[in-house]
Write a protein that binds this ligand. Structure first.
Ligand SMILES: C[C@@](CO)(OP(=O)(O)O)[C@H](O)COP(=O)(O)OP(=O)(O)OC[C@H]1O[C@@H](n2ccc(N)nc2=O)[C@H](O)[C@@H]1O
Ligand SMILES: Nc1ncnc2c1ncn2[C@@H]1O[C@H](COP(=O)(O)OP(=O)(O)O)[C@@H](O)[C@H]1O
Length: 316
């Protein structure tokens, strides 16, 4: 086969706790990551020439070496030089549905799809854990994007422990198209404002213990209890993003007052805010209400749901 088409789902963070600083400059995390139905479509095709090409029509997505999908192909070429010279270069076409720089792992899931696609194109037969290990060198969220479903992620986000699949939970996502939050900025600002002293400070520790408890949300997931999951959502990065981006705070507050919303939270480093809805019907109603309250065309709204899969190969 000379080409593969893959579905690359986005993720949301049901839980994100910053445990502290790490010597490598990253942050030690405790997260719960969840795949959602909102996805990009990626085509990976063999070329007769030995170069890597990326096509994407989205104006905010680069097609040069700064594209994470390009870097995934380059990594495979470096790691497997014999296969690269046997099978030739790779052409990657990205059909973008996932909002960009949104806290939804758009770039990471594209990179994950390219790793899976090239493994197939070049008949490498890599295991999922080998693919995840390669993915971790591209970005902290890439291993989860390969695995998908529901998982606890620790370390810098690359160490995964799968949780049982959740029955679909209905979601509404809101993101201002022109608003981007830089992930390095969010972590840097958190470090500057709260630092690692935050977790050593006994006053804060008491407040933190009541606010943060990953065990409770894991229990709610094991019980398949959407209402309880919604009550235990948490994201430490909201502490820096919400004060700096009033529009995100406004969305968060608007979602919280909508009938049928079980819980709401910012995903990752933002600026996407998601709401857990009681049903698909209520999710559609929430979307409509928010649209009426904020008629700004810059605001993108999506009704979607949780999914149990990571990268999937589309049969041609
Ligand atoms: C915040 C999260 C939550 O899932 O997602 P997004 O909002 O990006 O989707 C992740 O932690 C982002 O993962 P990812 O986007 O893959 O991050 P990376 O490329 O590895 O790192 C980007 C930058 O974020 C900071 N970073 C990332 C992960 C981590 N554990 N500590 C950090 O301090 C570092 O400044 C790093 O240079
Ligand atoms: N394949 C890609 N898809 C989306 N953005 C990409 C991609 N490759 C590189 N980028 C760049 O990465 C940055 C972060 O985008 P994205 O991965 O969508 O965000 P996030 O990590 O917050 O979910 C953007 O500024 C974008 O230009």
């Amino acid at each position: 086969m000379r080409s593969y088409s893959l579905i690359a789902p986005a993720k949301i963070n049901l839980y994100l706790e910053i445990i502290g600083d790490r010597p490598d400059g990253y942050h030690e995390l405790a997260m719960i990551l969840q795949s959602i139905d909102l996805a990009d479509q990626i085509e990976v095709r063999s070329l007769s020439t030995d170069n890597i090409r990326v096509h994407c029509h989205h104006p905010q997505v680069p097609t040069d070496k700064s594209n994470l999908a390009y870097r995934a192909a380059e990594l495979m070429a470096t790691q497997f030089p014999d296969a690269f010279s046997n099978y030739g270069g790779v052409e990657i076409t990205i059909k973008k549905q996932i909002p960009v720089a949104a806290g939804l792992a758009g770039g990471s899931t594209n990179a994950a799809a390219v790793l899976v696609g090239i493994d197939l194109l070049w008949h490498l037969g890599l295991t999922q854990s080998e693919l995840e290990e390669l993915g971790a060198t591209l970005g902290s969220d890439v291993p989860f994007c390969i695995a998908g479903g529901t998982a606890i992620a620790t370390g810098r986000g690359e160490q995964l422990a799968p949780l049982p699949n959740l029955a679909p939970i209905h979601l509404v996502l809101a993101k201002y198209r022109s608003l981007e939050v830089s992930t390095p900025w969010a972590y840097k600002t958190y470090r500057q404002q709260f630092g690692s002293t935050y977790i050593r400070d006994s006053d804060n520790l008491a407040a933190r213990a009541s606010a943060v408890h990953s065990g409770a949300i894991v229990k709610a997931i094991l019980n398949q209890d959407a209402a309880e999951i919604s009550q235990k959502l948490h994201n430490d990065l909201e502490r820096v993003v919400l004060p700096a981006y009033p529009q995100v705070l406004q969305l968060r507050e608007l979602f919280a007052t909508q009938p049928g919303v079980l819980g709401t939270m910012m995903s990752g480093s933002g600026p996407t805010v998601f709401a857990i809805a009681q049903s698909l019907q209520l999710a559609e109603a929430i979307k409509l209400n928010v649209r009426q309250a904020i008629p700004d065309e810059d605001l993108e709204l999506f009704v979607t749901r949780t999914t149990t899969h990571g990268i999937q190969i589309v049969p041609i």
